[in-house]
Design a binder for this molecule. Structure first.
Ligand code: AP5
Ligand code: MG
Ligand code: ZN
Length: 216
């Protein structure tokens, strides 16, 4: 299965990606996770990306495109992948479309998590992430059994530096201006499966698996 998952910051892309990869065992390519890994390792790319990410702006296409393209061209993506966070600008969509045309990649569907923006501030500020295995929790909606500790691996939970009210505002602006046109583009091509992501986690998950059942 070759999928893109797309939606506003806090819509639930990471949360639903965990569900998909657990069930179908396919590579999860999260560009946000890839950047955070580069930042943690203090690579040159990570140092460049950090300031944009913390402000809530998109990392420039000149950095992002070659970085993500290299990952997508690896062998494991030939049979299946779940792409979370790319493409999210028109320039990125053009590169992706070119890869489809050249048959360097395939695509079955774009899962669009459509969410009421009023839900996002609480989702984003309550989010906690495992430093080790990257599992996603929420202090209210999806708490870990022991506060601050990952249920799956015992790793430490942390809060992303861009999960502030101010940065969310900026991320939403970037989403509206740069990513919405990408969703419209995939809609025109007939790839988009829309899911109501304003529901609680269990119901979003049920809607998601209904849609994925039709794709398989
Ligand atoms: P990225 O990491 O992709 O962040 P984002 O798009 O802002 O999305 P989030 O990860 O914040 O939200 P999510 O939809 O994954 O929500 P989650 O499932 O965690 O990117 C970060 C930054 O990197 C960007 O701002 C940009 O700077 C840069 N970047 C990345 N890709 C780029 C690219 N291609 N080009 C340029 N720059 C790029 O859920 C959120 C919380 O809500 C969790 O706590 C979860 O438990 C909870 N939750 C989830 N679903 C529900 C529900 N249905 N009900 C209640 N709670 C829920
Ligand atoms: Mg995410
Ligand atoms: Zn963990």
């Amino acid at each position: 299965m070759k999928l893109i998952i797309i939606g506003a910051p806090g819509a639930g892309k990471g949360t639903m990606s965990e569900e998909i990869i657990n069930k179908y065992n396919i590579p999860h390519i999260s560009t946000g996770d890839m950047f955070r890994d580069q930042i943690a390792r203090q690579t040159e790319l990570g140092l460049k990306a950090k300031e944009y990410i913390e402000r809530g702006e998109l990392v420039p296409d000149s950095i992002t495109i070659s970085f993500v393209k290299e990952r997508l061209l690896q062998d494991d993506c030939k049979t299946s992948y779940l792409l979370d966070g790319f493409p999210r600008s028109e320039a990125q969509a053009e590169v992706f479309a070119q890869m489809l045309e050249n048959k360097e990649l395939g695509l079955d569907a774009v899962i669009y998590l459509e969410v009421d923006f009023s839900k996002l501030i609480e989702r984003v500020t309550g989010r906690r992430i495992c430093r080790n295995c990257k599992s996603v929790y929420h202090t209210v909606f999806s708490p870990s059994k022991v506060e601050g500790v990952c249920d799956k691996c015992g790793g430490e939970l942390y809060q992303r530096p861009d999960d502030t009210e101010e940065s969310l505002k900026q991320r939403l602006e970037a989403y509206n201006e740069e990513t919405m046109p990408v969703i419209k583009y995939f809609e025109k091509l007939g790839y988009v499966k829309k899911i109501d992501a304003s529901q609680d986690i269990e119901n979003v998950k049920a809607s998601l698996f209904e849609v994925l059942g039709d794709i398989k």
